[in-house]
Design a protein around this ligand. Structure first.
Ligand SMILES: NC(=O)c1ccc[n+]([C@@H]2O[C@H](COP(=O)([O-])OP(=O)(O)OC[C@H]3O[C@@H](n4cnc5c(N)ncnc54)[C@H](OP(=O)(O)O)[C@@H]3O)[C@@H](O)[C@H]2O)c1
Length: 308
């Protein structure tokens, strides 16, 4: 089993399904990554500095025995490091124990005070997050562009960027972001933003495709009926629904059987789903089901239609 790929605007191929690693504990993630690559056919791993498991993800990659160049590895710069993304990249590459990453994303399109009272979540005296409201994101993007010359990263992109936030970068960019990684799933499918990105050559990645931990999506009746029709699991339909829209999907699991079904079953689902199935799935969210599961209290405008 190996996943089909999508071409990024850099010319590189990215496997359409990648293993998510947020909340994968260091002691679990080595085996998850090794199994995903060696046994389940994954060639794409999504990580981030702030998942605190880059070292173990690197170990899992090495233990798989699959050559590094066959694997697509993403990591993300945390917003308190937007003053020096080169240093952040160096730290991540060292953590992985590798020479380079394939994709580096700005984790959130806001900057946290790099000289604040906490290295990850600095706060103001009133307890709110110490976001620098007038931080010029375009300058951080310029630093990202410079990194491409270092050989330590092959492509650069953004995450959690609405059209509003993308427009702080795009008019000044020499390099168009290769990717925008967004919360996208059955209950938050945001077709306008997906279309905006894809029409500009920015590949879209879906995070929390299953609705994250303890998800109501896995009990969705429409998705369940479609899954039964094809002899598949609901999770397969949830992931396959996004794959069918040419969206790169990043399901997280540390459970071997799920890691396997999340690639095998979902690719089968993507092939089976008809136009009518997809229309039925598209209609669910508007029927009072909208949910956004990842909403850190940044306390500043993000520009999403449901999260201004
Ligand atoms: N850029 C960002 O800001 C951002 C934000 C959130 C996530 N992400 C990325 O996207 C990835 C995925 O998002 P996520 O971790 O929030 O959530 P998710 O992939 O939607 O869901 C993960 C949860 O579903 C369970 N699960 C996995 N496969 C399953 C299956 N087949 N059947 C039933 N349950 C299943 C997992 O449990 P087990 O692990 O116990 O099997 C885990 O509890 C992250 O890991 C991360 O790489 C990025």
């Amino acid at each position: 089993m190996s996943s089909p790929t999508i071409k990024l605007n850099t010319g590189a191929d990215i496997p359409i399904i990648g293993l998510g690693t947020w909340q994968s504990k260091p002691e679990e993630v080595i085996s998850a990554v090794e199994y995903a690559i060696k046994e389940a056919g994954y060639r794409h791993i999504d990580c981030a500095w702030n998942y605190h498991n880059e070292k173990e993800v690197g170990e899992g990659i090495r233990k798989s025995g699959v050559p590094r160049e066959e694997i697509f590895l993403t990591t993300k710069v945390w917003p308190s490091h937007y003053d020096d993304v080169a240093k952040a990249l160096d730290t991540s590459v060292k953590n992985f124990g590798l020479d380079y990453v394939d994709l580096l994303l700005l984790h959130w399109p806001i900057a946290l005070n790099p000289k604040g009272n906490h290295p990850i979540f600095p706060t103001r005296p009133n307890g709110s997050r110490d976001v620098i409201l007038d931080w010029p994101l375009k300058d951080t993007w310029k630093q990202m562009e410079e990194l491409l010359k270092s050989g330590k990263v092959k492509a650069i992109g953004v995450s959690n960027a609405s059209e509003l936030k993308l427009n702080e970068i795009l008019p000044h960019a020499t390099v168009v972001p290769a990717v925008n990684q967004l919360e996208l799933h059955l209950y938050n499918h945001n077709p306008e933003l997906v279309e905006f990105c894809q029409s500009r050559g920015i590949a879209v990645q879906a995070y929390s495709p299953l609705g994250s931990t303890n998800s109501p999506l896995l009990k969705d009746e429409t998705a369940a009926a479609i899954a039964t029709k094809y002899g598949l699991q609901v999770s397969d339909v949830l992931i396959g629904y996004l794959v069918a829209k040419n969206i790169i999907v990043l399901p997280k699991s540390v459970t071997h059987s799920r890691i396997l079904s999340n690639i095998k079953g979902s690719l089968a689902a993507a092939k089976n789903l008809t136009k009518e199935d997809i229309e039925q799935l598209d209609a669910i969210e508007a029927n009072g089901k909208h949910v956004r599961v990842v909403t850190p209290p940044w306390g500043c405008p993000l520009g999403f239609k449901d999260w201004i």
